[in-house]
Design a protein around this ligand. Structure first.
Ligand code: ATP
Ligand code: MG
Length: 276
């Protein structure tokens, strides 16, 4: 029976496996009265650099929390590699370590060193005993050092996290996520509050890692220009709804959501959003 199904529609699995994140009419609420997100549809292909942009309170962080199972939708479905993200779902728990999540607050442990923070990313690979005594195998320590040099942190392994600059803290958060050997990277406003030069250094670093590891990166930004510079696709969120999905092709901004809007109309819709 199974064989017949597969040969009847051989192209189906090829097309659908390309979609690593699928959200279908997703609604969610923190208080079961007001919806933080309303009817979100998203389909993200493997290896994409995807950005989410919107004004404060529009629902960007909530969207990322749904993708890593920290929140569950009130309505609609979400699939991450065909698994429903929910920390109580056994199947999802097994794949959770492949999702590198960098929260808006970065989530570093202030009083431990850079190296110790980065090694947190390797915890899921340790045995229970190793994990209990934080006894990392030499191979993991070497891997952490390799990633540190990739993100420009060589020589800083013994520095306590609270002593680092804003840019360095972000490098540590990225290194910790890369240490997980992720297939998906979720980063919430990782370059906000940084000057333009440092922001681009950090973005280039992620873009490099993304290509090298064939990561799917989903990044929340405030700055539309930065998002369009780096992302293949940009979703614009306004008051819990996705109002645009755009990208750059040559010199023009393309409407991937409806295919109807030209660059000027897109910019007008986006600037309406930012004026409010
Ligand atoms: N823990 C929470 N409890 C109740 N409401 C919340 C909670 N977190 C967020 N919200 C509400 O959900 C909506 C979306 O918030 P969210 O944090 O996703 O926005 P955001 O786009 O990430 O904003 P910002 O750019 O300021 O980080 C807002 O109205 C916010 O007040
Ligand atoms: Mg946020």
């Amino acid at each position: 029976m199974k064989q017949i199904q597969m040969t009847q529609n051989p192209s189906f699995s090829l097309i659908s496996t390309n979609k690593i994140i699928q959200m279908n009419n997703v609604w969610t609420s923190y208080d079961s009265k007001n919806f933080a997100l309303e009817g979100i549809n998203l389909s993200i292909s493997r290896g994409t650099n995807y950005a989410i942009v919107g004004q404060s309170g529009s629902g960007k962080s909530t969207l990322l929390k749904l993708m890593n199972g920290m929140m569950i939708p009130s309505k609609g479905t979400i699939k991450i590699d065909y698994v429903t993200p929910n920390i109580n779902n056994k199947k999802f728990k097994k794949m959770m370590h492949t999702i590198g999540y960098i929260p808006q607050s970065l989530g570093l442990v202030k009083n431990i060193t850079v190296l110790e923070n980065i090694l947190i990313g390797a915890l899921p690979r340790l045995t229970k005993l190793q994990s209990l005594f934080k006894k990392f195998p030499e191979s993991e320590i070497q891997e952490a050092k390799r990633i540190m040099s990739l993100v420009g942190l060589s020589g800083k392994e013994d520095r306590k996290a609270y002593m680092l600059s804003g840019g360095e803290k972000r490098r540590v958060a990225i290194a910790r996520a890369l240490m997980q050997k992720p297939t998906i990277l979720l980063a919430d406003e990782i370059v906000s509050e940084l000057d333009h030069v440092t922001a681009r250094e950090i973005m280039n670093l992620i873009a490099d890692a993304q290509k090298r590891m064939n990561l799917t990166a989903i990044m929340v930004h405030h700055d539309m220009q930065l998002a369009l510079e780096y992302a293949n696709r940009v979703a614009v969120i306004k008051e819990g709804r996705k109002i645009l999905e755009i990208g750059v092709e040559g010199d023009t901004i393309v409407d991937f959501q409806t295919g109807d809007l030209n660059t000027e109309e897109i910019m007008e819709m986006y600037s309406d959003d930012t004026k409010k």
